[in-house]
Design a protein around this ligand. Structure first.
Ligand code: CO
Length: 134
């Protein structure tokens, strides 16, 4: 079951510069920075009205978000839904022939487990499913 939106992710080229804008000009609550080695990204976390905004900067050219940044110069990258049970949700997608980019759950921020759904099977939107650390 999907419980709500966990976060919206925005890819940026210069994380420190963008943090200043989101924190000091937009006034979002800055929660901190995490490096997700598995995805080769540095992530700045913000809270706005209980919703998390993540700014994502690739750490290397072979990061999954490098292509996106090079092609589009950044922008909204994916929407992430929080689910209560990742395996159940993945099974439902499989039964409905909706493809996953990583069938085996990977590691997200704050110890969460994540899978990405193929955008070609879901409205052209890269969609992440997140099960929070229990
Ligand atoms: Co995400």
């Amino acid at each position: 079951m999907i419980k709500g939106i966990d976060h919206l992710a925005i890819v940026v080229g210069d994380l420190d510069k963008e943090i200043d804008k989101y924190r000091d000009i937009l006034g979002l609550t800055f929660l901190g920075i995490e490096v997700v080695e598995e995805q080769k990204v540095r992530v700045a976390l913000f809270d706005v009205g209980g919703l998390r905004i993540e700014l994502i900067e690739p750490l290397s050219e072979d990061s999954p978000v490098s292509n996106f940044l090079n092609k589009r110069g950044g922008g909204i990258h994916h929407v992430a839904y929080e689910v209560d049970n990742l395996e159940d949700q993945v099974e439902t997608l499989r039964q409905n022939r909706i493809r996953l980019l990583n069938p085996e759950p990977g590691k997200g921020v704050t110890g969460s487990r994540i899978v990405f759904v193929h955008p070609g099977d879901l409205s052209g939107v890269l969609t992440e499913l997140v099960e929070k650390k229990k």
